[in-house]
Design a protein. Structure first.
Length: 179
């Protein structure tokens, strides 16, 4: 019930999960979560990072502009936690119409440290909602410790991810409910 994608290349995991989310929503699956998209800047600074909450129109900036030559972590933890709150509220609002799938843009440093989406991933799994996320090599050990052998690695390919998500979303449907 926990799928993980490890993509190479800057932003590749973000693009894969965003594409998958949009396709599954177009097919009528109830996809809850957030996907990241990056906006390049013309001024030579690093891109802006935004999270789109999949159950609405909310887009939240999760990066800070630390200056042209900065090297520190640009994550705006408050922005990330705002998105976590919106996604958590969407999961609770589903009530008896449980989500078909939770997509978390990535299991990153915040999740590795026990914050961010980590609690929602656990809650969704307990509720029987499949979870899809991406992880970079630098956070893989923390992810593997968290997943404790329950994660399934999925090839970084849209068709492979879609096949995994469709199968698990249908398997998680209550009896008598259309997928």
């Amino acid at each position: 019930m926990l799928g993980v994608v490890t993509a190479t290349g800057t932003g590749e995991g973000d693009r894969l999960l965003r594409t998958v989310a949009l396709r599954l929503q177009a097919e009528g699956l109830r996809v809850v979560g957030a996907v990241q998209f990056n906006r390049d800047r013309d001024d030579g600074r690093r891109c802006d990072m935004d999270l789109h909450v999949l159950t609405g129109v909310d887009v939240v900036r999760i990066s800070q502009d630390l200056g042209l030559n900065s090297r520190g972590c640009r994550l705006d933890a408050a922005g990330l936690e705002r998105v976590v709150g919106l996604v958590g509220a969407a999961l609770q609002a589903q009530g008896d119409k449980a989500a078909d799938l939770l997509i978390v843009n990535k299991f990153g440093k915040q999740e590795a440290e026990g914050r961010g989406f980590r609690p929602l991933i656990g809650q969704a799994m307990i509720a029987g909602i499949p979870v899809l996320t991406a992880v970079k090599d630098g956070n893989r050990m923390a992810f593997d410790a968290f997943a404790d052998g329950l994660a399934e690695a999925i090839a970084p390919d849209v068709d492979a991810i879609l096949a995994w998500a469709r199968t698990l979303a249908r398997a998680a449907q209550p009896t008598g409910q259309p997928a």
